[in-house]
Design a protein around this ligand. Structure first.
Ligand code: BGC
Length: 772
């Protein structure tokens, strides 16, 4: 496995890399990489030696993972399992001292002294919180993803964790689905690039490299296609969509060396993830050569019963194991069904060889991670790494690269602090540290978090008056989520009386030179169990927005959101999506507002005009009536409000000279493409060159456009750069349901290059055997 695990490294060349360099760190890793991977033969021999000593109960326990939320009664039950050698892994413990204490128990009190593997949801940072994953995708810069997860891995590893349940690489084309925030959006090409970069960031050069942890891409597969965007509901995906759209990010993550994969909860085309042998064995292992271990999602082996897929708990365990699951993540507070495996062995419904295969994979992961030699936590080192101020620099640089500027009428942005005397900062999210971090974080420190208000105050300086009002109250959810049960996780909001606060906010806007409105969804309104049947601003925020715009004063709206929201055609002077920008979010936003950096992010999803249009991926088929495409709904235009790949800058750019090396290639050959990008504006800024392909005919009808290349570049005013892309068989092939196979057709391709999915610069080439 070691060769597979050697991750491909990329050249550093971005602001984030620069931040690393300035800090005297290896540009690829928050800690200098050490050592080399253990030879495969040694790992296998050591795993086999341990396996030979294990009882069936210990084997079943070794492949069982328990939640430990610290609840005294439940923890006792988990500790009893551990002490008896019947727990191979724990999740949800993240305090370094507690991780160390538990590891001491596991090693010192169990018969075989096998350390625990500690897994955790390290989704976008551990102590230092990075922008949420969809934001990172909006940077269109895989280095941002890699560096962010490198820092997250360093912190998590120092705290005593070994494995992240991340990245989530599910394609999401329905913004009602709350977990859209955890992935890279609607596009498989962008999704694959982000998936691979995150795996590299988490794992470093190989599994077990210093300061790194195992990466577990999830949720295999199809979770993002939940019916109606309702979290956990079934997904029904055609084979063409599965291979061409939903699976490529997983394949990229496996190719990047991911050591783990998490199976999905829901049924894909009728087969629940944890029981899907076709996915977990035929595709993942046989076709893709995955060598790591597969874990279920929480309680998902047990839930094969709930799904009405099996008849009994022992059946659930056997079906999951035989499908290709190597470890059961037990239900929170619940019992493991893998506990029944010894019984099934005795009955002969499962074989020792099947059980051993899973146990061996888990033991191998522990051996590769060096846990047998070094199981414990260095608490002093943990403290140092967790509070490393350099990590915050990486977080701020990342947040600056993720913002997407959607409107900027008359060049309202950037603001000039020398010309302003007063700014009104308004909105329920403007000074909420907890919301600034986004969901799926646990080990954060709110005192280290910079809100938008905090960032603006610090940047504007003493000569500019900054007034603040929340404006309106952020409403509570009708149905609280699992995360709302922990008081630390929810934002402590200032309760305001909307009837008096809204007019107060409007008065502040009237009395100020410019208003910055921070609106959107609270962090617990997006994420797991946070699907929503509306894209409207929650509560009375729309009313606030309309009233502030009605003052006629310049208004900048900053959206804290990870799904496209419907602002009801409101037209603020400027609109920027800042996502949930993390620990340094407010500082990054202030740098963007005042023009220290120019926004360069681009949308990783299509932004519809309203809810009724979804799903509306840009990569759709042409239909037999392309000319009336805009009139599909009789009541309004069918085009998006903002297309996939869109985002403005403080500068302007021009694309020209789109050239192909050859006009005709034979199947199997590559086409080099080049294009010139020129910064035609007056300031240094970033642009993302995006290359889209359209196949005119072939074995299947293909989408009107598909992203097949992108590069983010920084250009000085007046600078022109020639960018090169290479279209290889990988970009020119696809899965066709006409043949149930991958094909590369002899056909004509249109190439488009520009700064969104509506790029206009175009040329064509042919793929033809007659070239040979
Ligand atoms: C989620 C996973 C997560 C797991 C453990 C589940 O509910 O679907 O993404 O890793 O919980 O927290």
């Amino acid at each position: 496995m070691s060769n597979l695990m050697l991750c491909k490294r990329r050249r550093a060349g971005t602001a984030v890399a620069l931040a690393f360099a300035l800090l005297g760190l290896d540009a690829q890793s928050a800690q200098p990489a050490q050592g080399k991977p253990l030879p495969d033969a040694e790992v296998q021999a050591r795993a086999d030696a341990l396996l030979a000593k294990m009882t069936p109960e210990e084997k079943a326990g070794q492949i069982t993972q328990y939640f430990d939320f610290g609840d005294p009664q439940d923890s006792k039950r988990v500790l009893d399992e551990m002490a008896a050698g019947r727990a191979g892994s724990l999740l949800f413990v993240y305090d370094p001292a507690e991780l160390d204490r538990l590891q001491h128990m596991a090693v010192e009190r169990t018969r075989l002294k096998i350390p625990l593997l500690f897994g955790f949801d390290v989704i976008h940072g551990f102590r230092t919180i990075m922008p949420v994953p969809i934001a990172v995708a909006a940077s269109w810069d895989p280095d941002v993803a890699e560096k962010g997860q490198t820092v997250a891995a360093a912190e998590a590893r120092a705290a005593g964790l070994h494995w992240a349940f991340a990245p989530m690489v599910d394609i999401a084309r329905d913004p009602r689905w709350g977990r859209i925030i955890e992935g890279a959006g609607e596009d498989p090409y962008l999704g694959a690039a982000m998936a691979a970069a995150q795996v590299r960031g988490f794992q470093g050069d190989f599994i077990g490299s210093s300061g790194h942890i195992i990466s577990g891409p999830k949720h295999f597969a199809g979770y993002g296609a939940a019916l109606g965007g309702r979290d956990y509901d079934e997904a029904n995906i055609s084979d063409s969509e599965l291979w061409n759209t939903y699976l490529p990010p997983f394949k990229a993550a496996v190719d990047a060396g991911a050591g783990n994969i998490m199976s999905a909860y829901m049924a894909l085309n009728g087969v629940p993830g944890a029981g899907n042998r076709w996915l977990l064995t035929d595709v993942l292992r046989k076709q893709w050569g995955f060598k790591g271990f597969v874990v279920t999602d929480a309680g998902a082996a047990h839930d094969l019963l709930t799904h009405e897929f099996v008849a009994t708990e022992p059946d659930a365990a056997v079906r999951a194991l035989q499908a290709g699951v190597d470890m059961e993540m037990s239900p929170p507070f619940g019992t493991s069904v893998f506990k029944t495996l010894p019984q099934s062995l005795a009955k002969g419904t499962v074989t020792m060889a099947e059980l051993d295969t899973a146990v061996r994979r888990v033991l191998e992961a522990k051996i590769r991670m060096g846990l047998i030699e070094k199981p414990y936590v260095d608490l002093k080192q943990a403290q140092r790494v967790l509070t490393d101020p350099q990590h915050r620099v990486v977080s701020r640089a990342a947040a600056e690269r993720t913002a997407v500027l959607l409107r900027n009428e008359g060049g309202l942005l950037p603001l000039d602090p020398n010309k302003l005397k007063s700014i009104a900062v308004i909105g329920p999210l403007a000074d909420s540290a907890r919301d600034t971090l986004g969901p799926w974080v646990f080990a954060f420190d709110l005192n280290e978090t910079v809100t938008v208000l905090g960032g603006i105050k610090a940047k504007a300086g003493s000569k500019v008056r900054v007034d603040y009002s929340p404006g309106v109250t952020m409403p509570a959810r009708l149905h609280p989520s699992i995360f709302d049960q922990d008081p630390k996780m929810i934002a402590k909001r200032v309760e305001v009386d909307d009837a008096s606060e809204l007019p107060h906010a409007v008065a502040l806007a009237k009395a100020s030179d410019v208003t910055v409105l921070v609106l959107g969804e609270a962090q617990n309104m997006i994420g797991e169990q946070a699907s929503r049947s509306s894209l409207d601003l929650p509560g009375r925020q729309q009313e606030l927005l309309d009233a502030v715009i009605a003052t006629g004063k310049p208004v900048v709206v900053l959206l804290m959101s990870a799904r496209p929201l419907d602002l009801k055609n409101s037209k603020p002077g400027a609109l920027m999506n800042i996502w949930y920008p993390g620990t340094q979010g407010g500082a990054a936003v202030a740098n963007l507002l005042f023009g220290e950096v120019s926004p360069g992010g681009k949308l990783p999803y299509t932004w519809p005009r309203n809810l009724g249009q979804i799903p509306m991926p840009y990569a759709h088929l042409r239909s037999h009536q392309p000319n009336t495409g805009e009139q599909r709904y009789w009541n309004e235009p069918n085009s998006p409000l903002y297309p996939f790949g869109f985002g403005l800058s403080y500068s302007t750019f021009e694309f020209s000279n789109l050239k192909l090396d050859r006009q005709t290639i034979a199947p199997g050959e590559s086409v080099p493409v080049s294009v010139d990008v020129r910064n035609t504006g007056g300031r240094a800024a970033d642009e993302v060159a995006q290359l889209y392909l359209h196949q005119r005919y072939g074995s299947s009808a293909r989408p009107v456009r598909e992203l097949k290349g992108f590069q983010r570049v920084t250009l000085k005013p007046g600078e022109t750069r020639t960018l090169r892309f290479e279209l290889t068989t990988a970009e020119l092939s696809y899965w066709t349901s006409a043949k149930h196979a991958w094909v590369q057709d002899e056909t004509t391709f249109d190439v488009y290059v520009g700064n969104s999915s509506q790029a206009a610069l175009t040329t064509t080439f042919e793929v033809s055997k007659s070239r040979r």
